[in-house]
Design a protein around this ligand. Structure first.
Ligand code: MGD
Ligand code: MGD
Ligand code: SF4
Ligand code: MO
Length: 647
C-alpha cells in the first residue's frame, strides 16, 4: 500500500500547536512528522508526539462504549449507552436540578470545538463546572492584576533581545519549539540565562545558570531590584506608568540585596549578573508555567512583572515579560453565556465534590481529562468519583479516571481530530482535519454531545424544541462560526486546514504606549511579599513533578514505566545507592521509586515525572496535597515536601 501524507495540527496541551504531517498506510498511522512550512514547527516534533503512533496503535484502545457491570464493564451499543445516560441525566436534573451534575473538562485537547461540549451542558443545564486553573491559574491572575490583560510579545521578537532570562523554563522538554528561536537569538549575540532550581538540559544552551532555591524567586527578584535601585539603574519614568511605585520601593528596601540573595540561596554575583542583564536593554523575561504552581506562585510572577517594568524593559522590542499567549484570542466563543449555577474549585476538586450540598453532586461528566492521575491528592479525587451515582468519561483509553466510570465513551485522538487550535507559545492558529478514520465506533466529542442532545430530546418529547438544534452543525460549520472575528482578514476554516496563519488581532510588542487595561490605566506593581509554605518536619526534599519528554501529562507515548525514577543529589538520600528501590514519602502518601543519584542537582530537591498512573503507583499526585496558590485558584503542586525511605 502507498503511504499518504495528511496535513493537520497537534491539539495537545502544549505551547507549540505544531503543524503535523501524518503518514498513513492502509488506514494505519505509521509516522508523524513536523510541518516544514510552519514557521514555528520548522519540520520537527517533540519526542512524545513523534512517538504518538505507538499510542495511536495500542491494542487496548477503547473502540465501543463500555457500561459498568459489577467490577468491570461490558460493551454496549451507542444507542444503549446514550439512552442510558440521557435517562439518568434527565432524572437527576428533574429530581435535584442541573447543579447536581458536574461537567469537568481539562487539557486532553486544546481544540476550540471542545467548547461545544460546554455549550451542550449550558443548554441542558446549565450545570456545575470547575473554576480556577490547575495549570496556569496563579500566573494568569498575576499578569491580569499587573497589566489588565495577559498576552506575550511575538515569539520572534526574542530575536531583538540582547538578553533572555528563561525564568523557570525547561524548553527542551516542555516547549521544544522555543529552542531554535533561542539558538537564533544567540547567533545574533543574545545572552541566555536560566533560573531554575533543577539542572536540566536547558543549562546547555544558557550562557549562565542560576540554581535558585525552590519557590524563592520572589526573594531573588527583590535582590535584583535592590541592586538596580542601589546603582541608579531604575527606569526614570517607571513611577509615572505604574501604581504602588513607592510601596514597591519600600518592599525592596525592607531587606538588603545580600539578605534577599541569601534567602534565595544565590550568590551576590548571580544577582549582579541578572541586574546587569536587565539594565543592558532589551532584556526579555520568559516566564515558565511550573514556577507558579506554588503557594506563593502568583506573587513570584508578579515580582517578575515588576522587574521587567522598573528596569525599563516593558513595551520595547526585545523586552517584555512573556508568560502566556492568548490562545483563544482569535476565536469567537460568544455563543457561550458562561452563567453556571455553581462552580467547584479545580485544585481541590475531590473535596469540593464530596462536600457539595443543596444539591449534592450526583453525576460527573469528564471531557479531555484524567483528574484521578493529574489533580493533586489523587486518593480524594478517586474517592469522590467512586461515590457518585453516575460518572461518564469520554476518552480513548481506560485511564485511572475511566476505570472509575459508570460509562466510558470511546473518542477520537489527535490524528482523527477535526478542530480549530490556537497556541499558548506563539500566535499562529490552525485547523485540524482527520488523517484517518477512528477505529471501531469512536466518535468525536462534538458528535457525542450532538447525539446525546438528540437522545435527550427524544426522552423528553421535545419535538424539535429541545437542545439538539442548538448543537447542530458540521465541524466545518462550527469552525466557521468561531472564526467570525478574523473572517474580515480573509481567514477561513478551509484556509486554516491547509496552512497555519498568524492571528491578525495581536501586536508584536505589548504596552508600547505604556498604557494598560487596568482600572487606573497604569501597571500595578506588587507591594507585598507572599507567604512561603511552612517547613514540614521530617520531609526535607522539595518534590518536583515536572514535564518529562516521554509523556503528555498522563499520556505516555511508548511503554509506560512500571516504576517511577526519582532523581536527587547523593546527599539528599544519604546511605542510599544509585538504582536502589526506595519509597518517596510525603505527609499524605508514598510511592515506590528507583533512585537515580545526580550530583549536579541541588541537595534539597527530588525529581519525578509529572504524569503517571495512580493505580499502578506511578503518579506523583498520590503524594501531593490539594492546596491553592496565593491567587488565581491554581494548584500548588510543587510545594510538596518528601523524604526518601527504605522499602
Ligand atoms: N514533554 C512535555 N511537554 C509538556 C507537557 C508534558 O506533560 N510533557 N505539559 C504541557 C503543559 S500541560 C504545560 S502547562 C506546559 C508546562 O510547562 P512548565 O510547567 O513550564 O513545564 P515544566 O517543564 O513542568 O516546568 C518548567 C520548569 O520550571 C521549573 N521550576 C519549578 N519550580 C520552580 C521555582 O520555584 N523556580 C524556578 N525558577 N523554576 C521552577 C522546573 O524545574 C522546570 O524546569 O508544558 C507543556 N509541555
Ligand atoms: N504532579 C503534577 N501534576 C500535574 C502537573 C504537574 O506539573 N505536576 N501539571 C498539571 C497541568 S499543567 C495540567 S494542564 C494537567 C493536565 O491534566 P489532564 O488534562 O487531565 O491530563 P492528561 O493526562 O493529558 O489527560 C487528558 C486525557 O484526555 C484524553 N484525550 C485526548 N484527546 C481527547 C479528545 O479529543 N477527547 C476526549 N474526550 N479526551 C481526549 C487523553 O486520552 C487523556 O486521558 O495536569 C496537572 N497535573
Ligand atoms: S505536543 Fe507540542 S511540541 Fe509536540 S507535536 Fe504537539 S504541539 Fe508540537
Ligand atoms: Mo498545563
Amino acid at each position: 500500500m502507498a503511504v499518504t501524507q495528511h496535513h493537520t495540527v497537534c491539539n495537545r496541551d502544549c505551547p507549540d500547536a505544531c503543524g503535523l504531517i501524518a503518514h498513513v498506510e492502509d488506514g494505519k498511522l505509521v509516522r508523524l512528522a513536523g510541518d516544514p512550512a510552519h514557521p514555528v514547527t520548522k519540520g520537527f516534533l517533540c519526542y512524545r508526539t513523534s512517538h504518538f503512533p505507538e499510542r495511536q496503535n495500542r491494542a487496548d484502545r477503547i473502540t465501543r462504549p463500555l457500561l459498568r457491570d459489577g467490577d468491570g464493564f461490558r460493551e454496549v451499543s451507542w444507542d444503549e449507552a446514550l439512552s442510558f445516560v440521557a435517562e439518568r441525566l434527565v432524572a437527576i436534573r428533574r429530581e435535584s436540578g442541573p447543579a447536581a451534575i458536574l461537567h469537568y473538562r481539562s487539557g486532553g485537547s486544546l481544540g476550540m470545538l471542545k467548547l461545544v461540549v460546554d455549550y451542550f451542558f449550558e443548554q441542558f443545564g446549565p450545570v456545575s463546572v470547575k473554576r480556577g486553573d490547575i495549570c496556569s491559574g496563579a500566573g494568569d491572575a498575576a499578569q491580569e492584576t499587573d497589566f489588565g490583560e495577559e498576552e506575550s510579545h511575538d515569539l520572534f521578537d526574542l530575536l531583538n533581545a540582547k538578553h533572555i532570562l528563561l525564568w523557570g523554563k525547561n524548553p527542551y522538554v516542555s516547549n521544544v519549539h522555543l529552542v531554535p528561536v533561542l539558538l537564533d537569538a544567540k547567533k545574533r549575540g543574545a545572552k541566555v540565562t536560566l533560573i531554575d532550581p533543577v539542572r536540566h538540559k536547558g543549562a546547555n544552551l544558557a550562557n549562565h545558570t542560576i540554581l535558585v532555591k525552590p519557590g524563592a524567586d520572589f526573594a531573588l527578584a527583590m535582590a535584583v531590584a535592590s541592586r538596580l535601585f542601589e546603582s541608579g539603574r531604575i527606569d526614570s519614568s517607571a513611577a509615572s506608568f505604574t501604581d504602588h511605585f513607592d510601596a514597591f520601593s519600600s518592599l525592596v528596601a525592607s531587606r538588603s540585596a545580600a539578605e534577599w540573595a541569601a534567602d534565595a540561596d544565590v550568590t551576590p554575583a548571580d544577582v549582579d549578573h541578572l541586574a546587569n542583564a536587565l539594565a543592558d536593554k532589551p532584556c526579555a523575561i520568559q516566564v515558565g508555567w511550573g514556577m507558579g504552581r506554588r503557594t506563593n506562585g502568583s506573587g513570584i510572577v508578579r515580582a517578575l512583572d515588576a522587574l521587567c517594568a522598573v528596569s525599563g524593559n516593558l513595551g520595547i522590542p526585545g523586552g517584555g515579560v512573556s508568560f502566556y499567549f492568548k490562545r483563544r484570542g482569535a476565536f469567537d466563543t460568544s455563543f457561550l453565556k458562561k452563567e453556571w449555577p455553581r462552580t467547584l474549585c479545580e485544585p481541590i476538586l475531590g473535596e469540593e465534590i464530596l462536600a457539595a450540598q443543596d444539591p449534592p453532586i450526583r453525576a460527573v461528566w469528564i471531557t479531555t481529562g484524567n483528574p484521578v492521575a493529574m489533580l493533586p491528592d489523587s486518593a480524594t479525587v478517586a474517592r469522590a468519583l467512586e461515590t457518585r451515582e453516575l460518572v461518564v468519561v469520554v476518552d480513548s483509553f481506560l485511564t485511572d479516571t475511566a476505570r472509575r466510570a459508570t460509562l466510558v465513551l470511546p473518542t477520537t485522538t489527535l490524528v482523527e481530530d477535526d478542530d480549530l487550535v490556537g497556541a499558548y507559545g506563539h500566535h499562529w492558529i490552525a485547523a485540524s482535519t482527520p488523517a484517518l478514520a477512528p477505529p471501531g465506533e469512536c466518535l468525536s466529542d462534538l458528535e457525542i454531545v450532538q447525539r446525546l442532545a438528540a437522545a435527550i430530546d427524544a426522552h423528553t418529547n421535545a419535538n424539535g424544541n429541545g437542545i439538539a438544534k442548538h448543537l447542530a452543525g458540521t465541524p466545518r460549520e462550527w469552525k466557521s462560526r468561531m472564526l467570525g472575528k478574523v473572517a474580515p482578514y480573509g481567514i477561513t476554516a478551509e484556509g486554516l486546514e491547509k496552512k497555519a496563519v498568524k492571528n491578525p488581532l495581536v501586536s508584536d510588542v505589548l504596552f508600547a504606549d505604556r498604557k494598560f487595561p487596568t482600572p487606573t490605566g497604569r501597571m500595578n506593581l506588587v507591594s507585598e511579599e507572599p507567604a512561603r509554605p511552612a517547613e514540614e518536619e521530617g520531609f526535607p526534599l522539595w518534590l518536583f513533578s515536572s514535564s518529562t519528554e516521554k509523556a503528555q501529562s498522563s499520556q505516555w507515548s511508548g511503554p509506560e514505566p512500571d516504576i517511577v525514577t526519582a532523581t536527587c543529589h547523593p546527599e539528599a538520600a544519604p546511605g542510599f545507592a544509585d538504582g536502589e528501590r526506595v519509597f518517596l514519602e510525603s505527609a499524605i502518601g508514598r510511592i515506590a521509586v528507583l533512585l537515580k543519584l545526580d550530583a549536579t542537582q541541588r541537595r534539597d530537591t527530588v525529581l519525578v515525572p509529572k504524569g503517571g498512573h495512580y493505580d499502578k503507583g506511578t503518579s506523583a499526585n498520590a503524594l501531593i496535597r490539594a492546596r491553592l496558590t496565593d491567587a488565581g485558584e491554581g494548584a500548588a503542586y510543587l510545594d510538596c515536601k518528601v523524604r526518601v525511605a527504605r522499602v
